[in-house]
Design a protein around this ligand. Structure first.
Ligand code: FAD
Length: 506
């Protein structure tokens, strides 16, 4: 047994592991981070996926990173540079129509009015409704998770009980249909995310999490150097506080004695002791792979298996000779380049994509978010052309027929064909491409089922329905996206877990 003793060992150097390490080290704790891959960042990383092209391999848009975390870790002072994506979203439709979402409300109304005048007039009511709903949840991002009673009390105080009731009981389709008559506008206004079924009663509630950016802002940013710049600067901050980071150091097992975590054993066989152990890995992976079965008390193993990780997304990356060309939709457009294109023709498309995913079938007409970082960031390549990445809704982690190894090529070709229906030069401008299924995301980033927020953000796994920072195992904690408030690049779970530990584990 090595005689190095740490106050805390953190399993995984994803961004939340780094944030937790920073706050623990800043409070004077001797901290070690063990990361299985050869670089930090987890799902917030830049990787050279094509020769000479550095790509944000998983997360590709910064919109929810907590300002407090950013300030405390000095990310801007270290060099973090971000470019506001403006216009934030362009929607093309197959009948040749289009719409923009702008940061400016009047310009968005103008754009909706070109599709439907009635819907344009309802837009400010819609914004007001979601602002009230997000106001009930956003104050808890950097606190322990609230109970529903806490949220009710808040709603009472602000006179928003009816709003809360509506979100708890309505489906997303109900809410959209109450406001808008045009299918295009309904789909444009909603973030149907992990719920994957906009008709589900109560589906509106957890989607509140996706309707606000960090610190009340609504900006979407391309990070210079890719999303890995965020975690690169976070690692710098950890090291500056005396924290130690070891890459290529996969943890094989958390050591437990008398019901308490006492350290870790690496796959290399090396063992290290610590007063407490924190897992940045997702909860299912944590309990499935990091413990000897006898070390999991009660029915913890079975409960972990029941956690929901069934909503899968795919990622498609390519190098293009020229950016996606949507000029055919835009007579005389002379605004800034369009770098974010969303193909979301109707709420039925979301519903069908969700149903296909649940049936284990690759989606025939996925919702596609195209993003072209090279329109803002010249540092990603010196080889010319453009990088385009697509985040696609949805894809099953496990196929009903065949394996992803057998079908990856065919499904990727299908995505190219589908996108080309909306973006005419898409297929012809592609030089090389790769398709990442949820299964591929699991192999690469180590996230069970490729569930991008570690656990699906659905009503039963929202707020205090997420996993607690402390666990039934003594001196063992969770700090990743499976805890409150959720995945996305926020830094909030890492921040909250560290503060919880500092409060409760002297
Ligand atoms: C495809 C995809 C697209 C996304 N798009 C966006 C986006 O555009 N914007 C956004 O804000 N969010 C996005 N997200 C979500 C966001 O990236 C994640 O929710 C967030 O990065 C999770 O951070 P984390 O630190 O909690 O966990 P992770 O990033 O998953 O980090 C966990 C770390 O633990 C390590 N690990 C696991 N097991 C072990 C072990 N046994 N030993 C050592 N290390 C181990 C892993 O290698 C990993 O580095 C996306 C995620 C994915 C996957």
């Amino acid at each position: 047994m090595a005689d190095v003793h740490y106050d805390a060992i953190i399993v995984g150097a994803g961004h939340n592991g780094l944030v937790a390490a920073f706050y623990l080290a800043r409070a004077g704790r001797k901290v070690l981070l063990c990361e299985r891959r050869s670089f930090v960042g987890g799902a917030c990383a830049t990787e050279e996926l094509f020769d000479g092209y550095r790509v944000s391999s998983c997360a590709y848009v910064m919109w929810k990173l907590e300002q407090k975390v950013r300030d405390d870790m000095g990310l801007d002072r270290r060099g973090l540079t971000m470019h506001l994506i403006d216009p934030p979203v362009f929607f093309p439709y197959e009948d040749g129509s289009h719409a923009f979402l702008h940061y400016d409300m009047d310009r968005t109304v103008e754009s909706i009015a070109r599709l439907n005048r009635h819907d344009a007039a309802r837009f400010s009511d819609w914004v007001d409704l979601w602002t009230r709903a997000t106001g009930l949840v956003q104050p808890y991002m950097l606190t322990d998770p609230p109970t529903l009673s806490d949220v009710w009390e808040r709603a009472k105080a602000s006179g928003d009980e009816a709003v809360l009731e509506r979100f708890l009981t309505s489906s997303l389709v109900d809410l959209a249909a109450d406001h808008f008559e045009d299918e295009r506008v309904r789909a444009m206004m909603l973030y149907v995310q992990d719920i994957a079924d906009p008709h589900a009663p109560g589906s509106a509630w957890a989607e509140v999490f996706f309707q606000f950016g960090a610190a009340g802002g609504h900006g979407y940013y391309v990070v210079e150097g890719g999303m890995g710049s965020i975690t690169h600067y976070m690692a710098e901050a950890v090291t500056e506080q005396g924290g130690e980071i070891r890459c290529d150091a996969p943890v094989a097992q958390v050591l437990v004695e008398n019901g308490k975590a006492t350290g870790v054993r690496l796959e290399s066989g090396e063992e290290m002791r610590a007063h407490l152990v924190v897992s940045n890995a997702d909860p299912k992976r944590t309990y499935r792979t990091l413990f000897a079965p006898d070390d999991l008390p009660g029915d913890l193993a079975q409960r972990a298996e029941r956690l929901k990780t069934g909503t899968g997304y795919f990622k498609f990356h390519c190098v293009m000779d020229e950016p996606p060309d949507v000029s055919g939709y835009l007579n005389g457009y002379d605004g800034p380049p369009i770098s974010y294109i969303m193909i979301a023709p109707s709420l039925d498309h979301y519903a069908r994509a969700g149903a296909e995913m649940r049936a284990g079938v690759p989606c025939s007409e996925p919702i596609c978010h195209l993003q072209v970082p090279t329109l803002y960031d010249a540092t990603l390549t010196d080889r010319g052309g453009h990088i385009c990445s697509i985040w696609g809704l949805y894809a099953p982690a496990h196929l009903a027929e065949g394996t992803w190894d057998e079908r990856r090529e065919e499904v990727g070709e299908g995505v190219i064909d589908y996108v080309t229906r909306f973006v005419p030069n898409f297929r012809s401008a592609i030089r090389e491409w790769m398709f990442m299924s949820p299964w591929d995301i699991e192999q690469r980033a180590g996230i069970t089922d490729g569930a991008i927020r570690h656990l699906d953000v659905v009503p039963s796994q929202f707020l205090n329905g997420r996993q607690s920072y402390d666990t039934p195992i003594g001196n063992f904690y969770l700090c990743g996206g499976g805890t409150h408030p959720a995945g996305e690049v926020t830094g909030a779970p890492g921040h909250n877990a560290a503060h919880h530990i500092l409060r409760t584990n002297a």
